[in-house]
Design a protein around this ligand. Structure first.
Ligand SMILES: Cc1ncc(COP(=O)(O)O)c(C=O)c1O
Length: 403
């Protein structure tokens, strides 16, 4: 049980940064259908995006436009948000699961090589903001299209090139809980004009948002985001989230809508992206502070690999075994720090719904040992030091991680 004081101060696992000023802007845009279509993403990346309401809808549109056979097999990392598998399924295709490199949780080129003969396209995920080893993957893939899932890798780069522009087609997500927590929204980029045209034609058929739907959507996002902040998170957001997450689909792990982007979401995306790199820099500084200060023998920390610049969207610790991981999660919760056992049940989900056959051992291991700790750019220095102290104190009690 968490004590009342800890409840009030409970540090949320994720950062739903959507303040009243954001809501006011979104609400105005929803009323007026005035979405501020400034080409801000184009200015940053040098390419014009197409938009949909979600990363999953974007992936669907890309897959449907790639000229692949019905029931084509699509390589996806098993260590991945299950909505990606659902998008493949919605496109009438079949996910083929590829294992990960445990040092950065991204798709393993060597496992892909074993399975490449049966696949028609490859989805790579820059997990937690860490870029994939793109050279190795493109060597293995040859002429097979590679789709970059940049839901978590805004402004990360590989050999000095932004993720999303390593292959010739990619998508980003701006859903709340991601870096730009705009409610919903996704951008698609492609350097192939013909492919972009086909995707654009398909998206044209997606549903529009009415003004009323947008008002409900931005109001709901504002309420949920407020419950994801202190003091409400520990008192209301966390207990409700725990009890009702699946039922109410609060974190949108399931569900599929073929919708265009809402004007209120695009308004915020354009607004926030302009100066967002400073938040990412701050989150990186937090990550490097953790590296310097966390003293957990035997716990694997997510160091950047050569040629990779990570945005450190998430900070994942990997423990020796599930029990240690779970003990640490319980200990931190008692201290007033919420964490996430990210993708803990991904293997079971893939087995039950997507015919996963058990050939990704590294993912199976990681999914039971990873713990995401808060490292958000919104945390204060006091918060960071407190998180570090709590982690280190647990490790000193006989290395059993019991407080
Ligand atoms: C790696 C990854 N890919 C795709 C998605 C889907 O994005 P969206 O929630 O915008 O559909 C998510 C998030 O849910 C994700 O984490």
């Amino acid at each position: 049980m968490i004590r009342v004081r800890k409840k009030i101060g409970l540090i949320p696992r994720y950062n739903w940064d959507y303040k009243f000023s954001d809501y006011a802007k979104a609400f105005k845009a929803a009323l007026k259908s005035d979405s501020n279509n400034e080409p801000t993403l184009e200015k940053i990346f040098g390419w014009k995006p197409l938009f949909t309401t979600s990363g999953r809808a974007s992936l669907y549109a890309i897959l449907k436009s790639l000229d692949l056979a019905k029931d084509a097999k699509i390589a996806v990392p098993l260590y991945c948000c299950p909505v990606v598998f659902d998008a493949v399924r919605q496109a009438d295709m079949t996910p083929i699961f590829i294992d990960i490199n445990p040092d950065d949780y991204t798709l393993s080129a060597s496992d892909l090589e074993k399975k490449i003969d049966s696949v028609s396209a490859v989805v790579v995920v820059h997990m937690f903001g860490h870029p994939v080893d793109f050279d190795a993957i493109s060597r293995v893939s040859g002429n097979i299209p590679i789709i970059e899932d940049c839901a978590q890798s805004l402004l990360s780069n590989y050999k000095g090139r932004y993720t999303g522009f390593l292959s010739n087609v990619s998508f980003f997500s701006f859903r709340s809980g991601k870096y730009i927590s705009a409610g919903e929204g996704s951008a698609i980029f492609s350097t192939d004009p013909k492919l972009l045209e086909s995707i654009g034609k398909l998206i044209e058929k997606f549903d529009d948002w009415t003004n009323f739907q947008q008002i409900l959507h931005c109001t709901g996002t504002y309420i949920k985001s407020s419950l994801y902040r202190r003091p409400w998170y520990g008192i209301v957001g966390y207990p409700i989230g725990r009890a009702l997450d699946r039922k109410l689909n609060l974190t949108a792990k399931t569900g599929f809508r073929f919708k265009k982007i809402a004007g209120c979401d695009i308004r915020l995306i354009n607004d926030r992206i302009k100066t967002f790199s400073k938040n990412i820099e701050k989150q990186r500084v937090n990550a490097f502070y953790f590296f310097k200060k966390i003293r957990l023998p035997d716990v694997f920390l997510p160091k950047e690999k050569k040629d990779c610049w990570s945005n450190y969207f998430q900070f994942a610790l990997r423990f020796n075994n599930r029990e240690q991981r779970n003990h640490m999660a319980d200990h931190l919760l008692k201290c007033g720090i919420d964490t996430a056992k990210y993708l803990d049940d991904i293997v079971e989900t893939a087995q039950e719904y997507y015919n996963y056959k058990g050939d990704c051992p590294k993912t199976e291991e990681s999914s039971k040992k990873v713990l995401i700790i808060p490292n958000h750019y919104t945390l204060s220095q006091k918060d960071l030091d407190y998180i570090i102290d709590c982690l280190n104190a647990a490790s000193m009690s006989n290395n059993s991680f019991i407080s």
